[in-house]
Design a protein around this ligand. Structure first.
Ligand code: NAD
Length: 296
């Protein structure tokens, strides 16, 4: 059975090239009406032109699909959502994809390198999602996918700004999932690996952006069964990423020496456990407190 997006309206940010372009093309091919947002700057966030978004809209129309271009920066989410409402009357899907890099070692990082990365990635995702949210809430339907990075999870040399912003987006997406649950708004995060303009300096052609597309398309489909999740795609591999915590140890009235003496047990990951929610985490803490109480 083909998965379709008929009567759905999607906003794909940064869809003038790279990964975003492939999402926009595939969504349109499957019946979705698409707002192709791209301010057309270079990969460091400078300059701007309308040609990148126009080109993708041209490709979609030539293939018989429906799309409109939007040239605003993602920091201006209301204008991007207005484009969707004016052209198609609703918004069902937001793919927070636009991004830039300002790689430099921490010692050489300028405030502008930090600020620009947070503006485009974090403020951008906030701004577009915030403007779309009331429409999704009213129609009791929404699919939000936000783009993180392996640099967020593992860290990376020269990317203190980028990895911090991309990790912020994991928290953003998880909390949105909790707030969106009762309105049938699902929010998930993708970690892509693809050869594109952002990675051209060190990635190879085998990492086609098109290999990421099927996962992201499924994540914004009405049948997608998850929310608050973190999923990876790259080099034709697809998977699920979760946080695990070690068993740890209760140490009553601990001192720094007690922590030192018990470090093996405190830091052990021999019995990893996935904690699914903040309420599960609180319940585990309460259980521990109960055990301590019982000892008294
Ligand atoms: P890309 O440079 O090809 O595409 C990013 C697009 O975003 C560009 O077309 C650019 O013009 C647009 N853009 C930049 N700033 C914008 C703004 N303020 N408003 C609107 N559009 C803007 O890069 P890509 O590799 O396709 O990256 C897409 C996303 O995936 C980014 O968020 C990136 O951080 C993330 N990502 C990519 C990889 C990878 O391996 N390619 C890995 C991890 C994360």
């Amino acid at each position: 059975m083909a998965l379709r997006y008929d009567n759905r309206v999607a906003i794909v940010t940064g869809a003038g090239g790279g990964l975003g372009r492939t999402y926009a093309l595939e969504l349109a091919k499957r019946g979705c009406k698409v707002v192709v947002n791209d301010l057309g700057g270079d990969r460091h966030g400078s300059a701007g032109s309308t040609s990148m978004a126009d080109k993708v809209v041209g490709e979609i129309k030539a293939a018989g699909g429906q799309a409109v271009a939007n040239y605003n920066s993602v920091e201006e989410g209301e204008k991007i959502v207005k484009t969707a409402i004016d052209a198609f009357g609703r918004v069902d899907i937001v793919i927070n994809n636009a991004g830039i890099l300002r790689d430099t070692s921490f010692i050489n990082m300028k405030e502008v390198d930090w600020d620009l990365i947070f503006k485009v990635h974090v403020k951008g995702a906030y701004s577009v999602t915030k403007a779309a949210w009331p429409y999704m809430k009213d129609q009791k339907y929404g699919r939000v996918v936000t783009t993180s990075s392996n640099a967020a999870v593992y860290g990376n040399f020269g990317q203190v700004n980028y990895s911090a912003a991309k990790h912020a987006l994991i928290g953003f997406s998880k909390s949105l999932a909790i707030e969106g649950a009762k309105y049938n708004i699902l929010s998930n995060t993708v970690i892509p690996t693809a050869g594109s303009r952002l990675t051209q300096t060190f990635m190879i052609d085998a990492l086609k952006p098109e290999y990421v597309t099927p996962l992201v398309l499924y994540m914004v489909h009405e049948n997608f069964p998850e929310t608050g999740g973190l999923f990876e795609a790259g080099a034709q591999w697809y998977g699920h990423l979760q946080y695990y915590r070690g068993e740890g140890k209760v140490l009553e009235n601990a001192t720094v020496e007690t922590i030192h003496d018990n470090w093996k047990a405190v830091s052990s990951m021999d019995k990893p456990k996935h904690v699914a929610s903040i309420s599960e985490q609180s319940a585990m803490l309460m259980e521990m407190l109960g055990e301590l109480d019982a000892k008294k």
